[in-house]
Design a protein around this ligand. Structure first.
Ligand code: FE
Ligand code: FE
Length: 319
């Protein structure tokens, strides 16, 4: 039971999907302060779901046993858990640099959210056959190359802005637009893909997605308010965006996605009957989709999200 006046956007049942929430909601750091977070996240979204899902929600056997679905999900979880860990550490700088109490409190809560995401993505590997003492070496083995090729360059870009240049607004922009804005649609797709095969993984994504709505909308509102007060800062932020997009273009993210989607496709070929008529998105049964189609759909969602959020911030010229 959810208490009255509980914010719907953080309620497990009522919260919108990540894409709908991130496209349509408006939340500010002043609203999403520490008091809001304490009431709505630990006592709301996460109640009864410390590891991101209820205890009795479990992956299907075809995902727990070795095979393409197991490999696809393990690779994804390992990569995501490293990404979340890097985000957590970088957000430490945002807490330090926040010029006001609202920003300081908000980023303190986001820091815990991201640390939690790293923990739940990683610990779900235990359900997929990884032994407890093997957890960290397994994450390295599964995602070490992608970490070096994708996450380290992004991290270095973020650290230059935050640690070296001590640029708070630049950091908010890099985190909101480049890191979260680009990864969010992939997270939504993941929740939909795993819903039947592994409802626990889908719930982990759902919970992270509810947090992500907050991260994206508050980050965007911080940029928007900043630009309304300091329009002269716009050319500089546009330049930073252009630099970030150029960097993103050099990263082997499509190769990585395609590798995972091909494994998932093998899983559909072997076990698609378990999916029944379940739809990946309205009107399209998951078992009829292809690897390329799922990638293209995620891409389309990412572009729609970017356009909408950048326009809201006043940075539509970035695309
Ligand atoms: Fe996260
Ligand atoms: Fe986030």
């Amino acid at each position: 039971m959810t208490p009255p006046n509980f914010p719907a956007e953080a309620d497990w049942e009522q919260a919108p999907s990540l894409m709908d929430g991130a496209l349509n909601l408006e939340l500010s750091a002043a609203t999403c302060n520490l008091k809001y977070w304490l009431g709505s996240v630990p006592q709301g979204t996460l109640r009864g779901r410390i590891l991101g899902h209820a205890d009795d929600v479990r992956p299907m056997d075809v995902v727990r046993q070795e095979g393409p679905l197991n490999s696809a999900l393990k690779q994804e979880l390992a990569f995501r858990s490293i990404a979340e860990e890097k985000a957590t550490r970088a957000i430490g700088y945002m807490v330090a640099l926040a010029p006001d109490n609202d920003g300081m409190e908000f980023y303190s809560t986001q820091l815990i959210d991201e640390a939690r995401h790293a923990m739940v993505f990683r610990s779900h590997l235990l359900q997929l056959g990884t032994a407890e003492h093997e957890l960290f070496p397994e994450v390295d083995r599964l995602a070490g190359d992608d970490r070096e090729n994708i996450l380290v360059p992004l991290e270095n870009f973020g650290l230059r802005v935050l640690r070296d240049e001590r640029d708070y607004i630049g950091g908010v922009l890099v985190l909101t637009v480049l890191v979260e804005g680009v990864l969010a649609p992939a997270a939504e797709l993941s929740e939909r893909k795993w819903r039947v095969f592994d409802p626990a993984a889908a719930d982990i994504e759902r919970g992270a997605g509810i947090d992500e709505i907050r991260h994206l909308t508050v980050g965007s509102s911080i940029i928007r308010e900043h630009l309304l007060k300091h329009p002269e800062d716009k050319p500089r932020l546009l330049e930073l965006m252009a630099e970030g997009y150029a960097l993103w273009g050099t990263l082997p993210t499509s190769e990585q996605l395609l590798r995972r989607e091909r494994l998932f496709q093998q899983g559909i070929e072997e076990h698609g009957h378990l999916l029944g008529d379940y739809e990946a998105w309205p009107g399209r049964r998951l078992k009829d989709t292809t690897a390329e189609e799922r990638m293209a759909t995620g891409q389309e969602w990412a572009e729609r999200m970017q356009r909408t959020r950048l326009a809201y911030m006043g940075l539509e010229d970035a695309i």
